[in-house]
Design a protein around this ligand. Structure first.
Ligand code: NAP
Length: 482
């Protein structure tokens, strides 16, 4: 049976970063298990038309692997995917990845983790790093007759390669970030697009012209300029991000006013304007950016359908109030089961206690990175790491923390460590108090919270605060074993 110092689950942004950090720290015995046949995680999975990032690419990339030649400020998804492939090659990681290999179960045997893989093989690892992503498992509403629908019906993150929506009557369910990007593209080719809106989303303006050849050459020839560009973006996002989620702040109010003006400028019909205007704060849910979404509703080939989907028939969707709309295809832009790896893998920690049991009441962590009862099990982009900045900033801080923790284990001679329950409780209380002071999920429900007000997805502070927390490895917060 193969045995590794570290098993990393997932070869997306965070799994690749973990591999690079471990390699640099001289922790050479690691293996990355990837369930698909390629690296890239969310950027491999999300191939819907119009997919792009809404964080500038000079910030939405690894600080140690900057790229001068991003085509535009907000790069398309395919370009980000190619970037991640290039990073995997440049850092010689591909040979350390087991592709088409999902980890089904991880069980702690008292000293090490025993992993059961999708091919039936088992392996051992002293340490497990879950790099499975925060928005990974698609959420599709539970519709009793979905199998009876005659046409294509699929989630935005599972876009079939051969699907052709040209000339079709299409229902798009949901109005989150994926729908905002994808719906205008479908509207260009469908005979009719029905956008099913359970609740409207705030959409701010997004200007995204391509970088000129001169811009790219200037960045390519001047590494200091490239670094300065990232630094300036980070600083801008860092300062506005916190203001943006502070109730009543000037930036929060300004952003909402801009979005209201955006609706007024883009949508001709006042009734349609009203229907598209959310009744909650601009950053209650995660806001989105687009110059195409709102104006799409001027098109007679696009209908806004207010309501939720309840079921389907062979050639129609059925709404919660019983309305029936005939369609040929359904696109579920219905989001993800956020920040919860219980959906993906059966994790059994100390004394055989599963993560599902440990998190049955609520999802709890120590500083987002570990939880009680799961020795040497680390989460990358785990609960409470979604912020209003580049996720790369968070991941790099986490990988640094893991290296510190593993070096501490090496030097102290302990085999494993796990956070003390009191520290887990203190962290969770602190994070909920900070969260309560933000605009998030006050008057709306989204993947940022489970609807109860308990936030298991969001990081309610700045990314600097996150970085400082991650730099502070406090050995006294853990229990150890040999
Ligand atoms: P989402 O924001 O969770 O949106 C899901 C949508 O589906 C919501 O409008 C929701 O309505 C709706 N919905 C769910 N069940 C429904 C039902 N039974 N009937 C009708 N509507 C239903 O998911 P997402 O758009 O995939 O985005 C998730 C996150 O991924 C984003 O917030 C962002 O962090 C990331 N993302 C980023 C980008 C980007 O960088 N631009 C692009 C895509 C995704 P309610 O609002 O009423 O719940």
């Amino acid at each position: 049976m193969n045995a590794y110092r570290v098993a990393i689950i997932g070869a997306g942004i965070s799994g690749l970063c973990a591999g690079i950090f471990l390699d640099r720290a001289g922790i050479g015995s690691f293996r990355i298990f990837e369930k698909a046949d390629d690296v890239g995680g969310t950027w491999r999975d999300n191939r819907y038309p119009g997919v792009e990032c809404d964080v500038p690419s000079h910030l939405y990339s690894y600080s140690f692997a900057p790229r001068a030649d991003w085509s535009r400020e907000f790069a398309p998804g395919g370009e980000i995917h190619r970037y991640l492939r290039d990073v995997a090659d440049d850092y010689d990681l591909t040979k350390r990845i087991s592709f088409n290999t999902a980890v089904r179960q991880a069980e702690f045997d008292g000293t090490r983790w025993r992993l059961t893989l999708s091919d039936g093989e088992e392996c051992l690892a002293d340490v497990v790093i879950s790099a499975m992503g925060g928005l990974h498992t698609p959420h599709v509403p539970d519709l009793p007759n979905l199998a009876a629908f005659a046409g294509p019906a699929f989630h935005t993150a599972r876009w079939p390669q051969d699907v052709d929506l040209a000339g079709k009557r299409v229902a798009m369910i949901g109005t989150g970030a994926s729908a905002v990007q994808c719906a205008p593209e479908i509207a260009k080719i469908a005979s009719h697009l029905h956008v099913v809106q359970r609740s409207p989303v705030w959409v701010g303006p997004k200007s995204n012209p391509p970088y000129s050849h001169e811009d790219i050459e200037a960045l390519r020839n001047d590494p200091a300029l490239l670094r300065a560009k990232r630094w300036a973006l980070w600083k801008g996002w860092e300062t506005t991000g916190m203001e943006m989620i502070t109730p009543g702040s000037a930036i929060n109010r300004l952003a909402e006013t801009r979005a209201r003006n955006h609706i007024a400028a883009q949508v001709a019909d006042p009734e349609m304007q009203a229907a598209l205007t959310p009744a909650y704060n601009f950053t209650c849910k995660r806001p989105t950016l687009s110059n195409d979404y709102y104006r799409m509703f001027n098109n007679p080939g696009v209908s806004l359908v207010e309501g939720a989907i309840r079921d389907v028939e062979r050639n129609a969707i059925i709404l919660d109030d019983g309305r029936r709309i005939a369609v040929d295809a359904i696109v579920f832009a219905t989001g993800f089961k956020a920040f919860d790896i219980r959906n993906e893998i059966d994790v059994r920690g100390r004394d055989g206690r599963s993560l599902a049991e440990a998190w049955a009441g609520r999802i709890t962590t120590y500083r987002t990175i570990m939880t009680a009862g799961m020795p040497n099990f680390f989460f990358l982009l785990g609960p409470n790491t979604a912020g209003l900045t580049s996720t790369f900033q968070m991941i790099e801080a986490e990988c640094g923390y893991i290296v510190n923790a593993l070096q501490y284990l090496e030097s102290s001679g302990f085999a494993w460590m796990e956070p003390n329950q009191a520290e887990v409780d203190a962290f969770c209380d602190d994070i909920q108090k900070a969260y309560a002071k933000t605009t998030q999920n006050k008057g709306c429900v989204s993947w940022w919270s489970d609807g109860s007000g308990y936030a298991h997805a969001n990081w309610p502070r700045s990314s600097i605060a996150y970085r400082l927390m991650m730099q502070d490895f406090a050995p006294r917060h853990f229990s150890y074993g040999r």
